[in-house]
Design a protein around this ligand. Sequence first.
Ligand code: 3AT
Ligand code: MG
Length: 335
Amino acid sequence: VRGRTVLPTGLEKTLTAQILHTYETRLCPSAESIEVKRAFIEKFATILTVEFPEWEVDIHVFGSSVNGLGTSRSDVDICLTTQHKELENVFVLNKALRKYGMRTYCVPHARVPIVKSWDPELRIASDININNTIALHNTRMIQTFVAIDARVRPFVMAIKNWTKCREINDAAFGGTLSPYAWVNLALNFFQTRSPPILPVLHPVQPPIPTDDDTINGQIDLTFNDNIDQLRGFGIANQESLGYLLYAFFRTYAYEFDYRHQVVSLRRGCYMRKEQKGWDTGRPSRIFCIEEPFSTWLNLGHSANTVSVEGIRDEFQRAFRILRDGGSYDEVCEVY
Ligand code: 3AT
Ligand code: MG
């Protein structure tokens, strides 16, 4: 390891205070932003009732505006559920929203087709899909992890903020990792501490994954969401936020074996690429992060060899700054 395994106590305490200060003053969403999101959902519901009066459509909010990891500036992720197949054509919703002055465009050919909208009145962005309910389950999983230990929320938000400032959180256009992939990485890090801070929520897995990890073609959606029973799980681990951030950067800068390992939040460990048949050298399998429900998906698929090198450089840079006594703000210096 290039550097000390522990930070001197003084630095660790200062860093912890800096993370908490940023979290409280800049990362936690303001009451006003929460109100704007509420108003937007209300307006959106009204539009649906007026435009599709005959159709029963339910609105589900998912992603960071409800999982505890959103800021004032996060978008609103919405999933509509309906029996009316006509609405699954994203252009139908797109047309309706435009009548109300929303600036929209469709992404019809993505794995999950969406309408992207911007409301110029409330100044809020949203991504809307129709009948793709899988994200509702992973949102509930993240909510569960956040509720288990008080360090989870500030830690994961501090990581997300760093990735945003350093421009390594854009899977679609930047070729790096999505915010959701980063959240998986940060939560898995808490599971792999010794003693662990977060538990494994999914049922015990067979050592060799089955062909497609489905039960009769259905994705297994079960996981332990009994928050009352799980709260306080990480109490035997007394590591501070400052130390954890330092150790996170060190792990992914120097210790994680990118060539052979797969990050698995579902199993709470690292798997081997060959265990998943992901050792094929494909460019989409350089940095492997297993999606916890759709386990055949690699959340790191958007990063190729060059961008994984760039991401590792960022881990090393962050680690060096902290090792040399630098601050969280320096780590997040805007690119
Ligand atoms: P921001 O705070 O908006 O930056 P977020 O936590 O909302 O981040 P994303 O925008 O990446 O995260 O994604 C929104 C949600 O969509 C998070 C997760 O519930 C779901 N999601 C994203 N990518 C995938 C995926 N590959 N598979 C399944 N669910 C996904
Ligand atoms: Mg979002």
